[in-house]
Design a protein around this ligand. Structure first.
Ligand SMILES: CCCCCCCCCCCCCCCCCCCCCCC/C=C/C(=O)SCCNC(=O)CCNC(=O)[C@H](O)C(C)(C)COP(=O)(O)OP(=O)(O)OC[C@H]1O[C@@H](n2cnc3c(N)ncnc32)[C@H](O)[C@@H]1OP(=O)(O)O
Ligand code: FAD
Length: 621
């Protein structure tokens, strides 16, 4: 792979610098300049992919990380949602019609589902697609103000196509949410087609380079052939047929992006923030550790290590978990394509849970990295603000995190209920079929197996207790919906415990798979630190049923602190191992050459506010 991170031929790095490194500074641009600059880079990116024959997905993703550092371009919704939905939900004929055009970027599409009044509650969406057998068209309409499509990336100014999720009506009957391919703009003038009102939704917390937009339909007709018909069809005479029992097949695009977000957003964002903060902490010297001795690297303060090394361990854990999540997605998706849908519920649950768990942890971790960098961490030059606003969007899009945890909890309750009725669970929930051992095997050795077993015990206990509490609530007269709501805090915590165990288990399996003993030992330290910090931060969960006692918790704390000094010698190497190019980091604090102060001063002098400007002089006179 030409551009794969790691062992890149030097000339390729020079190529990246030439192509994308020397451009205008993102931090000195207005929102409109950032958006326009992103479009220029999108065009350049597409031309470069063609010129250098970049078709390998990993190459394109790596190249994308250089072309759009810590930002989403309009290629995100196009390549991450529009094309995958066409491929997953379109008939062969529809795939042949639209996918080649989309892959050549002759059409640019987005995924249009959320409305002004609804995002989470998909069944509450109001946009209608009413079939007219006379014209053999679907008439798309926004019947209310709240039904205006709102948020889709690229919808404001860029995309000329979109997949619209709308309620299918035939002869007055509502068949539920279905996907429709809609041309939004003229391919000649790029003007919105008649019957469509479109625009950008305005400035946001981040995502400056994407024109998230709104779209209002006014009885807009599209051909019958534009409903994606892999799993269900509408015949010319209006007859509705379907080949799947599961109505959730149309929700497939969301599972795909959720599965990708774990690695692409949470994993990458936290790893970059750790790289910046740990490299800078090795450069920054401050205060006095010992009288009449030089100022120490701030990375030598135990408190600085305590801030950053658990996050480094978490970054490795999320990275490995994201890789595993992708593997599971593609494996189960292939099974589904062959008609085996048994694992779809588990895929939905684990992708929902891990997307929520890892984006929340990553957002929290990126902010702690900023805080660990003092004043310069608060400067845009650190790169950390941009990394944060880009990553934290992942807590909301593709399913708001609380809602996603509840979806995961719903699956866990189904599985746990099945176990009590004799069903044997498998896959990521197979442990729920085991008897919960109350015997804690943790010793001062803190083997990875004993640590993973502690997280298994915690998850199994919390899931069991959530289920029992749900039953008690119902037994005391609450209806199922109220019982669920009155139990939802407990349910989200049980889902988080499940995801936490899953992440520790993945990390343990990766460590055991490493053959090089030196690397194995270092990764084992990180996995131990991840687990010990998890136990300490959630100690109530581990002592509540007497699984751990105070003496064991004291051992946990001591081991945690001793690991900090054991990891210190390898900390910078461990972030260098992520192999982020300086252009991908977008950070003066995290530069590979460590030349921070000189470049910070150079950068500041270039800021537009330092350009001689009469108006400002007049204002200040
Ligand atoms: C830049 C690229 C350059 C080129 C590089 C090469 C490109 C290659 C391509 C690869 C690209 C990689 C992609 C990168 C990704 C990272 C980049 C990020 C960029 C992101 C930009 C932002 C994009 C954002 C998009 C959006 O936000 S789209 C809108 C998302 N909206 C939601 O998620 C809504 C959330 N709500 C819901 O999903 C549902 O309402 C609900 C699940 C909450 C409830 O649904 P419902 O009420 O219908 O269901 P119930 O709760 O009653 O449950 C009923 C049963 O159905 C099951 N269920 C529910 N959902 C699903 C599902 N999705 N699948 C399967 N089953 C599902 C429940 O489990 C219930 O089952 P049960 O009855 O058995 O319990
Ligand atoms: C950066 C970004 C990009 C986006 N891109 C797209 C896109 O390309 N295409 C697209 O269609 N959409 C897109 N979206 C929209 C996104 O999918 C929705 O914002 C998201 O699904 C959350 O839905 P909502 O806005 O309705 O939040 P709400 O659900 O209104 O969330 C508000 C609060 O209500 C709570 N809540 C809601 N329901 C429940 C429940 N059942 N139980 C407990 N609490 C609940 C939530 O937990 C949250 O705390 C994007 C959003 C963002 C921020």
């Amino acid at each position: 792979m030409l551009f794969k991170g790691g062992g890149l031929p030097h000339e390729s790095l020079a190529l990246q610098e030439k192509l994308f490194g020397a451009g205008p500074d993102y931090n000195f641009m207005t929102r409109i300049e950032r958006f326009k600059n992103s479009l220029v880079r999108v065009q350049h990116f597409i031309r470069c992919c063609a010129r250098y024959n970049l078709h390998d997905h990993a190459d394109k993703k790596w190249f994308e990380g250089v072309a759009f550092p810590n930002e989403v371009s309009v290629l995100g919704p196009h390549s991450g949602m529009f094309i995958p939905t066409l491929k997953e939900q379109g008939s062969e004929e529809q795939i042949q019609k639209w996918v080649p055009q989309a892959e050549k970027h002759q059409i640019m599409g987005t995924y249009i589902q959320t409305e002004l009044g609804h995002g989470t509650f998909v069944r509450g969406l109001e946009t209608t697609a009413t079939y007219d057998p006379k014209t053999e068209e679907f008439i798309l309409n926004s019947p209310t103000l709240t039904s205006i499509k709102w948020w889709p990336g690229g919808l404001g100014r860029t995309c000329n196509f979109g997949i619209v999720m709308a309620l299918l009506y035939i002869d007055g009957k509502n068949y539920g949410m279905h996907p429709f391919v809609v041309q939004l703009r003229s391919l000649k003038t790029h003007e919105p087609l008649p019957g469509l009102t479109m625009g950008d939704i305005g400035p946001k917390f981040g995502f400056d380079t994407v024109d998230n937009g709104y779209l209002q339909f006014n009885h807009f007709g599209i051909p019958r052939e534009n409903m994606l018909m892999k799993y269900c069809q509408v015949l010319k005479n209006g007859t509705y047929t379907k080949q799947t029992r599961n109505p959730k097949f149309s929700y497939g695009a969301m599972i795909f992006v959720r599965s990708m977000v774990v690695y692409e957003v949470a994993g990458q964002g936290l790893a970059k923030a750790c790289t910046i903060a740990i490299r800078y902490s090795a450069i920054r010297r401050q205060s006095e550790l010992k009288k009449s001795r030089p100022e120490p690297q701030i990375l030598d303060y135990q408190t600085q290590q305590y801030k950053l090394f658990p996050l480094l361990a978490l970054a490795y854990a999320v990275w490995f978990t994201g890789v595993r999540m992708k593997e599971i997605y593609f494996m189960v998706n292939n099974e589904i394509k062959q008609g085996h849908t048994e694992r779809l519920p588990e895929l939905h649950a684990i992708s929902s849970g891990l997307k929520a768990f890892t984006t929340s942890m990553a957002s929290w971790g990126i902010e702690r990295c900023r805080l660990a960098c003092g004043g310069h961490g608060y400067s845009a030059a650190s790169g950390l603000p941009k990394i944060y606003v880009n990553a934290t969007g992942g807590c909301t899009y593709e399913g708001e995190n609380t809602v996603m945890l509840l979806q995961c909890a719903r699956f866990l309750m189904n599985i746990y209920g099945g176990v009590k009725n004799g069903r044997r669970p498998s896959g990521s929930v197979n442990y729920l079929g085991e008897r919960i051992s109350s015997r804690c095997t943790l010793t001062s050795e803190f083997t990875l197996k004993s640590l993973a077993d502690a997280f298994k015990h915690r998850a199994a206990r919390m899931i069991k207790e959530a289920s029992e509490r749900l039953n008690r609530l119902q037994a005391s007269g609450n209806d199922p919906e109220d019982s669920w709501n009155l139990n939802s805090v407990v349910l989200t915590k049980a889902a988080e415990a499940h995801c936490h165990y899953y992440m520790v288990l993945v990390f343990e399996s990766v460590v055991e798979s490493v053959e090089d003993n030196c690397v194995k030992d270092i990764l084992r330290q990180l996995c131990q630190l991840l687990a010990l910090c998890g136990i300490q931060e959630n100690s109530g969960d581990f002592i509540q049923d007497g699984f751990l006692n105070n003496d064991q918790l004291e051992l946990v704390k001591q081991k945690q602190l001793s690991l900090l000094s054991e990891i210190r010698p390898n900390a910078v190497l461990l972030v260098d191992a992520f192999e982020f190019h300086d252009v991908q980091l977008g950070s003066i604090l995290g530069r590979f050459d460590g030349n921070v102060y000189e470049n910070l001063f150079k950068w500041a002098k270039k800021t537009p506010l330092n350009k001689p400007e009469d108006l400002i002089h007049r204002l200040l006179r």
